[in-house]
Design a binder for this molecule. Structure first.
Ligand code: DHB
Ligand code: MG
Length: 211
């Protein structure tokens, strides 16, 4: 049985989701890259936020708000999502999509280089109990370092695109982004400060918990 068939079967069981369809439609209409997180992983994000009771969630890379909606859906009353996005037009569309989903009041966007925003959040003394990393792959280890600084014991960190469309597994690929992704995956599953796992469906998702 091919992987694609397994993913299609799993997706066939999932309920139609008008809010997330609207996000994908908005992304297409604006000519943005159609690289939102896989639907099963979106559902997993909602469930993990809810199951952990996380109330301060940080997302790195908003794109059109697909994962933002999934994360914010899992928040209890009073919970907040802080979303870092390089491009102002992406942040604006993501915010619009979260407003349309009734989640606009739960989210704060910070536009610009994520490393600058992380520095600022640190200076403000902000802490988080859930991190979702889905931005420039070459900085994943740096984002993990920041998560370790801003996260308390028990915090969750998740990284999308562990396989980078197969590049991660191809030894001939030696570029910076893929090299950093290999280092990130290794730390997420092997760093003694973390307990983690790589889920191999879709483009790979790494999940870890701070000890
Ligand atoms: C791609 C997918 C992603 O989810 C991402 O964050 C970056 C790139 C891709 O398929 O190229
Ligand atoms: Mg991604």
């Amino acid at each position: 049985m091919e992987t694609k068939q397994r993913e299609q079967y799993a997706e066939s069981l999932a309920a139609h989701d008008a809010e997330l369809e609207r996000v994908k439609e908005g992304i297409r209409r604006h000519g943005m890259p159609e690289i939102s997180i896989a639907p099963g992983y979106g559902k997993l994000l909602t469930m993990l936020v809810r199951m952990t009771g996380a109330s301060r969630v940080l997302e790195i890379g908003a794109l059109g708000g697909y994962s933002g909606i999934c994360l914010a859906r899992g928040l209890a009353d009073g919970g907040t999502l802080t979303s870092l996005e390089l491009k102002p037009e992406y942040a604006a569309l993501a915010h619009e999509h979260l407003r349309q989903a009734g989640l606009g009041e739960k989210v704060e966007y910070r536009v610009g280089e994520a490393l600058d925003s992380l520095e600022q959040l640190g200076a403000e003394g902000r802490t988080f109990d859930f991190f979702f990393i889905d931005a420039d792959k070459g900085n994943y280890p740096n984002y993990l370092d920041w998560a370790l600084r801003l996260g308390k014991p028990g915090a969750i960190v998740i990284g999308d695109n562990a396989f980078m469309n197969g590049k991660t597994l191809n030894e001939e690929e030696r570029g910076n982004a893929v090299t950093q992704m290999r280092a990130f995956n290794a730390r997420m599953t092997g760093d003694p400060r973390l307990e983690g796992v790589l889920l191999p469906a879709y483009d790979g998702l790494t999940i870890a918990r701070f000890r």
